[in-house]
Design a protein around this ligand. Structure first.
Ligand code: ZN
Length: 198
């Protein structure tokens, strides 16, 4: 790769650290960036640095936000007694796109996976339990329909049910092993509507 100048090589190397970016894609992106107007490149790098600096977990639901509370938790028209538990902010975004869910969320940032050494203490479960000290009618577990997602759902159900809070699980219809992110909105909405008590 040293047939490029050091700076280009460095740019290509940095880009190829991103997920899904192989060396060829990294080269393509690097040359694209070099052809962009300078203010666009500055905008891109500033957006990255400032997001990294300012984005944190929402104090309530643990999704990413640059304020203390995310817009969904701040919205008083949402039903704060209905909490949907998802694995990551991308899943939250997928459900928000259906435009049909009125409750709030809780983002775990992962799922329990004994194989990968990820236990209950490694995801944002204790934060969920704190929220359940307030009045909550139902916890909808919308973790992925795979081994980790199911393990997490069972674990949550065992924790939450003794508190007298209803726990439900999104319906089948979400393909086994399927990432929520890649499912269309109608399917997601049906999975939500057809949720079953745990
Ligand atoms: Zn929030």
């Amino acid at each position: 790769m040293d047939f490029y100048s050091t700076q280009i090589t460095n740019l290509v190397e940095q880009l190829s650290r991103l997920p899904g970016i192989g060396e060829k894609s990294a080269q393509r992106l690097a040359f694209h960036i070099l052809n962009m107007p300078e203010e666009q490149v500055a905008g891109l790098s500033e957006a990255m640095v400032s997001a990294k600096k300012n984005v944190r977990y929402c104090k309530e639901c643990c999704t990413y936000t640059d304020e203390e509370l995310c817009p969904i938790c701040r919205n008083m028209r949402r039903n704060h007694r209905l909490i949907m538990v998802v694995e990551n902010p991308r899943d939250l975004a997928a459900y928000e796109k259906t435009g049909k869910y009125e409750g709030v969320y809780h983002v775990l940032h992962g799922a329990i996976s004994p194989m990968a050494g990820i236990g209950p203490q490694d995801i944002r479960l204790s934060e969920l339990m704190v929220r359940l000290q307030k009045d909550v009618d139902e916890v909808i577990v919308a973790t992925n329909k795979n081994l980790e997602g199911d393990t997490t759902a069972t674990y949550i159900s065992k924790l939450v049910k003794p508190l007298g809070v209803k726990v439900s699980r999104i319906a089948s219809g979400v393909p086994a092993g399927g990432d929520l992110e890649y499912i269309d909105e109608v399917t997601l909405y049906r999975a939500l509507e057809g949720r079953v008590d745990m």
